[in-house]
Design a protein around this ligand. Structure first.
Ligand SMILES: Nc1ncnc2c1ncn2[C@@H]1O[C@H](COP(=O)(O)OP(=O)(O)OP(=O)(O)O)[C@@H](O)[C@H]1O
Ligand SMILES: [Mg+2]
Length: 267
């Protein structure tokens, strides 16, 4: 196990009644690394993230963040972690400026420095014009940008992002990549989830592919690409196969077509 590991997960399990949401997952996220959890809807990505944040209790397994146990809800973990949730959790009746001031105050940061950093991020993400606008009036993508900025203002050692790029346009995704790269070059680590292979490929140093709560592939893009080449398939094809999406899509489309045909025959 590398000493550079900021996150360590071993044989993690979380069951909801009869659903094995996380079913024995193990991985490390190292200092300076952008690590992606890649998997289809319902694979267990958000559950894994919530376990790491101490928001859910595991049934089994070990987790460590900065060598500490997230189940104990350590202040030290909270102070050094930034989190963007899947659902927009942002005060809608405040402006980004108010929110950033609020964050400076609860995190005991230097307000002038924080506002300066926030401005830089906003400018690079083409969102400066929304600085003093009520969040409720912003588009989904722009709300998403505010959430991401809110999570990195305190320069956390670990940034956890649950599907952070879903609402962002192509240019903002590129800028986000820059922001994440700067963060990791400074020694931080990023753990993020996505169901899109292309995004994982573009942003991650290493990817864990999960399906139905189980790890079905892990490695750098190059390592995964090599495996795909050996199979004579594209990385996307391998992802779809590993997560059983290739056959299921054909089956579903086939069934939909059949039922549509039957309805038309009855008309
Ligand atoms: N609180 C809960 N109670 C019962 N089942 C749950 C709960 N939370 C998640 N699950 C189930 O656990 C499984 C994994 O869900 P999870 O939200 O972790 O998936 P995900 O990979 O984040 O998917 P998505 O891409 O849709 O966000 C799903 O089958 C889901 O229905
Ligand atoms: Mg999710």
């Amino acid at each position: 196990m590398s000493d550079n590991a900021i996150v360590k997960v071993r044989n993690l399990k979380k069951y909801f009644e009869n659903v094995k949401a996380v079913d024995g997952i193990s991985f490390n996220v190292s200092k300076g690394e952008v690590f992606g959890l890649l998997g289809p809807n319902g694979a267990g990505k958000t559950t894994t993230i919530k376990l790491l944040l101490g928001l859910l209790e595991p049934n089994e397994g070990e987790m460590e963040i900065f060598g500490l146990n997230p189940e104990r809800n350590d202040v030290q973990i909270k102070a050094n972690t930034g989190y963007v949730s899947e659902e927009p959790l942002i005060f809608k009746s405040l402006t980004p400026k108010d929110i950033f001031n609020f964050i400076s105050s609860i995190r005991e940061l230097n307000e002038a420095e924080v506002q300066e950093r926030a401005r830089e991020y906003l400018e690079s993400l083409d969102a400066m014009e929304f600085y003093e606008q009520m969040v409720a009036t912003l588009s989904h993508g722009n709300k998403q940008k505010m959430q991401i900025i809110s999570a990195i203002l305190h320069d956390p050692k670990l940034l956890i992002l649950d599907e952070p790029l879903a609402g962002l346009d192509a240019k903002s995704v590129k800028v986000m990549k820059e922001i994440l790269d700067l963060h990791t070059e400074g020694g931080g680590a990023v753990l993020f989830s996505t169901h899109i292979m292309e995004i994982a490929q573009e942003l991650c140093d290493r990817i864990a592919i999960i399906n139905k709560g189980k790890l079905v592939g892990i490695g750098t893009i190059e390592e995964l690409q090599e495996q795909a080449d050996k199979l004579g398939a594209s990385l996307e094809d391998v992802f779809l196969r590993l997560t059983e999406q290739d056959t299921s899509v054909n089956e579903i489309v086939g069934k939909l077509r059949e039922s549509f045909k039957k309805k038309q025959e009855l008309m």
